[in-house]
Design a protein around this ligand. Structure first.
Ligand SMILES: Nc1nc2c(ncn2[C@@H]2O[C@H](COP(=O)(O)OP(=O)(O)O)[C@@H](O)[C@H]2O)c(=O)[nH]1
Ligand SMILES: [Mg+2]
Length: 316
């Protein structure tokens, strides 16, 4: 991809060309200098998309609920992008293929763009690639992007938790299950969906969750808990209303801007860390490094002094 290609892709994506959007997404997913160049071009045209994260244990119904939320948005005439993020799979794995099947009702709808993302060797990982992919859809004029993650590992929670509104999807009986990062999930939840409420134990789970949230101490937003049956579309409007209420809460008193600025700060820090890591690799090779290493190996110099010498801009 040349600079001219990148410019054409960005123009195409902004005009809503699906081929250009898809190519830009592939580009930002693989990372590298061309991706960075394309993103610099995109960035001025971003900042209006609202992101909704969907996370929770596998099989809980996130994809089915996402499909229903997409349908709801489309009924309101809103366009939407969906990113299905799978950090566990180096390739597009089975779980995500299943997700695509569950969302294929929207496959021919020009107002919906669905994309799977796996951890295909992006330098900063999916935690860095996902916000870039959101920017592509943002510049393409999608006012909503739903980010679904496949599981509840650290990366998934990080990715989904970085959305403007994070919905955590659980099932009846979740309170009884041994879940390593139970607390972590509740911490990032702006909205809680107890899906599969057609199964026994939904009301108890809602009660348990309400207690757990109360015990966790006061917050400025108490996450609403909504019972849903995604397969039948039950409770989906309530879930949507809860998401909209959280958005309205954030938009009051500038909370959304503060939250987004905090995220941008984290992103810049991650990028600085990535660059410093690369610089460390570059500094620790070559003749000067070999010379210092030999002195350290001979115990003529200590490792700290060697590191200081390598970082000293006056060098030598
Ligand atoms: N009984 C019942 N099954 C559901 C419900 N929602 C989803 N499912 C089923 O649960 C399975 C997993 O759903 P999926 O959306 O792929 O879950 P994900 O892994 O969280 O994305 C599928 O077979 C769905 O049809 C529900 O509300 N009730
Ligand atoms: Mg899924």
């Amino acid at each position: 991809v040349t600079a001219a290609d990148a410019a054409a892709l960005v123009d195409g994506a902004r005009a809503g060309d699906r081929g250009a959007i898809a190519r830009l997404l592939s580009l930002v997913e693989s990372g590298g200098p061309e991706a960075d160049a394309a993103l610099s071009r995109l960035f001025p045209h971003t900042g209006t998309t609202y992101t909704v994260g969907m996370t929770g244990p596998p099989g809980g119904g996130k994809s089915t609920l996402t499909d229903r939320l997409v349908a709801r948005l489309r009924r309101d005439g809103e366009e939407v992008g969906v990113l299905a993020v799978d950090p566990t799979s180096p390739f597009t794995g089975g779980a995500i293929l299943g997700d695509r099947v569950r969302m294929q009702g929207h496959a021919t709808d020009a107002g919906v763009f669905i994309r799977s993302m796996a951890s295909r060797g992006h330098l900063g990982g999916l935690a860095l690639a996902t916000p870039q992919a959101v920017r592509v859809l943002d510049a393409a004029g999608k006012p909503w992007v739903i980010i679904e993650t496949v599981g509840v590992g650290q990366v998934e929670v990080e990715v989904a938790g970085a959305a403007d509104t994070t919905a955590v999807v659980l099932n009846p009986g979740w309170g009884d299950a041994v879940q390593a990062n139970k607390a972590g999930l509740l911490e990032i939840a702006d909205v809680l969906a107890v899906n599969k409420a057609d199964r026994p134990g939904g009301d108890e789970t809602v009660r348990d969750l309400r207690n757990m949230i109360e015990w966790s101490g006061p917050r400025d937003w108490a996450p609403p808990i909504v019972e849903t049956v995604a397969t039948e579309g039950r409770g989906v409007d309530d879930l949507w209303d809860a998401i909209a209420a959280h958005r309205a809460h954030l938009e009051r008193d500038g909370r959304l801007a503060t939250r987004r600025a905090a995220r941008l700060r984290d992103e810049i820090e991650a990028l600085v860390a990535e660059r410093l890591g690369r610089r460390a690799g570059a500094v620790c090779t070559g003749a000067r490094f070999d010379e210092l290493l030999a002195r350290v190996a001979a115990h003529d110099l200590d490792p700290h002094a060697a590191a200081d010498a390598l970082l000293d801009p006056r060098g030598q």
